[in-house]
Design a protein around this ligand. Sequence first.
Ligand SMILES: [Zn+2]
Length: 321
Amino acid sequence: MWRTLHSPDRMNGRETIGRAILAAGFAVPLAVLAGWGWWTLHRAADNPAYVRRVALPSAEARIDLPRIEGPADASRPLVVIDAGHGGHDPGASGAGGQREKDVTLALARAVRDALLRQGRVRVAMTRDADRFLVLEERADVARRLGADLFVSIHADAADNPDASGATVYTLSERGSDAVADAVAQRENRADMAGGVQLGGASNTVSSILVDLSQREMRARSVAFGGLVRREGEGRLTFHANPQREAAFVVLKSLDLPSALVEAGYISNAGDAAAMADPAWRGRFAGVLASAIGITLARQEAGAAPTAAARDAAEVAAALVP
Ligand SMILES: [Zn+2]
């Protein structure tokens, strides 16, 4: 391409330069891709433990996309609800024998049902059964469906049995505090349960892709968290520090607004009983459905950046220790 650029043929210099720029535009990303591919293969070959099991969601072996429920109108906004854990990954355990994977599925179904009753947005679930998905697959479902919002539902656990209340986590490059980091580490461990460590590649890619639009996604995600708190006021009990940021793998590769909601502490007797109660789940679902509905309506109206920025500023002030 450089020879073309410096060619003595100046008869049509502007066109030549235009072509060279076009060629460079294709060649540079291709070279980057080729280099990344070589590096990935090379690293895998150097470290056989890394490829002990081949469970990466390749294009051919991708999981089937879930059903989209709600209005038949494909122009309606779409939220993907992700029930945390599942299958051979039970998540955290409660003192009464509750398993996080069952709690998250019941809560996710309640949120879906509340949204379907509202009838304004389309809904898909990453899983609607007791099955295992790696974190990357959960995000991949949202990406492939072209979702407008991704909400992952979990239940927290702590050594202190008094720890209780809901927390909304959004993505940060670094956690907002040590506790948030510990929660992220525990949730990220789900991938290890599958025997394959994922996320290395997407970490690299996501750090390259940190740009304005990602910051915008983060602002919208934080605004969604703020809405969960606002809508939950007087209806849900929140943790003393209810909105935090941490490096969650499940949110990391998404280029859409996303949040991880810890509905309560499965390790707390009161919270565990609440999450097992259909009436409480209905209240939780109502709060989330409101926050999801408002977020998607704002995005649809194109008013999101302003509203999100305002909410984000409020929340950012609250996040400062
Ligand atoms: Zn979890």
